[in-house]
Ligand binder design. Structure first.
Ligand code: NAD
Length: 336
């Protein structure tokens, strides 16, 4: 079992990574918690034992369940069951469950402690680490939320065995990102070490910039094209698959700006292909629409903003503003 500390002063916590990590739940329960509510989904074949009196609540599947209504329903159920401010909420599931249960925890009694047990690869290397919680509005994804750090995170790699293959592969798209954020040859590591290394990198970034004032934005490497494809909404792509193409595209943009050489671009393609992920946009992608959507990305403060490789820092990548449109269009030709 590996322990990765997330050092945030009084909000510090440990992330345990390894096969069977979920069995540590009782041991990591916050001090004084006498009862627990486990929030999960009906189709997740994973059980946990908090070691105290507990009940299990389920929420719906997918993005449609990430709503303020779900938060209201959960908080009502907490209250009816008599969960107190000193008790604990356990999030058992993928990013949808950890985002929703985390936000319910942030809101209930103005803040109740919670422990995350992420059961998807994306949850373990990304969503459950760093304290971003929230839900969607009809107007957009993740528009309402809170920074609320968990008391502990248990990344049990055994739970990944039941993940549908496409979910696992999509998680690899986020994992591929960490190769270029200082992770190096993650594909050569066994899965436990791979997850632990990603958690370490994310923890390091979060600790230096908890509320995304600057550096935390590098975690969006590969996401500008991904968000554009997702916002266009017509393409059958999981988030991690869109990020995979986005990584190759970001490398092509970097190369055209003279930031990296052809060999580094080839490395991006090699990594993405090693995870059996796409390196091209879906057939029939409306390129004009994609370029238009780049300008609306949440990082767009000053013209089109991209996270690009070839930085002079240990991170390897950095936020670059004002990327010219002709460069963006030219680079799109290389991911068709
Ligand atoms: P998800 O939570 O929808 O899970 C994918 C599917 O797998 C679901 O149907 C789920 O029920 C099922 N599942 C989960 N664990 C399983 C298991 N062990 N065995 C079998 N089935 C299992 O998807 P996700 O990719 O984990 O998360 C996506 C969400 O994460 C998005 O809403 C995104 O906004 C959010 N996210 C949040 C952050 C953050 O920092 N808070 C970061 C990245 C993504």
């Amino acid at each position: 079992m590996r322990t990765v500390p997330v050092e945030l002063a009084e909000r510090s916590y440990d992330v345990l990574v390894g096969a069977g990590a979920r069995h540590e739940l009782a041991a990591v329960l916050p001090e004084g918690a006498r009862r627990a509510v486990v929030v999960t989904q009906a189709n997740i074949p994973v059980e946990v034992d908090p070691g105290v009196e507990h009940t299990v609540l389920t929420i719906g599947d997918g993005e449609p369940a990430k709503t303020l209504d779900t938060i209201g329903d959960l908080c009502s159920a907490f209250s009816r069951w008599g969960l107190t401010r000193n008790d604990v909420i356990v999030a058992l599931g993928g990013g949808v469950v950890t985002d929703v249960a985390g936000f319910a925890a942030a809101s209930y009694h103005r803040g109740t402690r919670f422990v995350s047990v992420p059961t998807t690869l994306l949850g373990q290397i990304d969503a459950a680490i760093g304290g971003k919680t929230g839900v969607n509005l009809p107007e957009g994804k993740n528009l309402v939320g809170a920074f609320w750090q968990p008391s502990a995170v248990l990344c049990d790699t055994e739970t990944l065995q039941t993940l549908p293959p496409r979910e696992l592969r999509a998680g690899m798209g986020e994992l591929a990102k960490y190769h270029f954020l200082g992770g190096g040859r993650l594909d050569e590591l066994p899965i436990d070490e791979r997850v632990a290394r990603c958690v370490e990198i994310k923890a390091d970034v979060v600790v230096s910039d908890e509320r995304e004032g600057g550096r935390r934005a590098i975690l969006n490497y590969g996401h500008t094209l991904a968000h554009a494809l997702e916002t266009a909404g017509r393409y059958d792509l999981r988030h991690g698959e869109a990020v995979a193409v986005g990584l190759v595209y970001a490398a092509e943009v970097s190369a055209r700006l003279g930031r990296i050489d052809a060999e580094r671009v080839a490395e991006h393609r090699r990594v993405v292909q090693a995870y059996d992920l796409p390196t091209t946009v879906p057939a029939g992608t409306d390129l004009d629409e994609v370029v238009r959507l780049f300008g609306r990305d949440k990082k767009a403060i000053d013209g089109v903003t991209f996270v690009l490789d070839g930085a002079d820092t240990a991170d390897g990548v950095e936020v670059v503003t004002g990327v010219p449109e002709d460069v963006l269009r030219e680079a799109l030709d290389s991911v068709l």
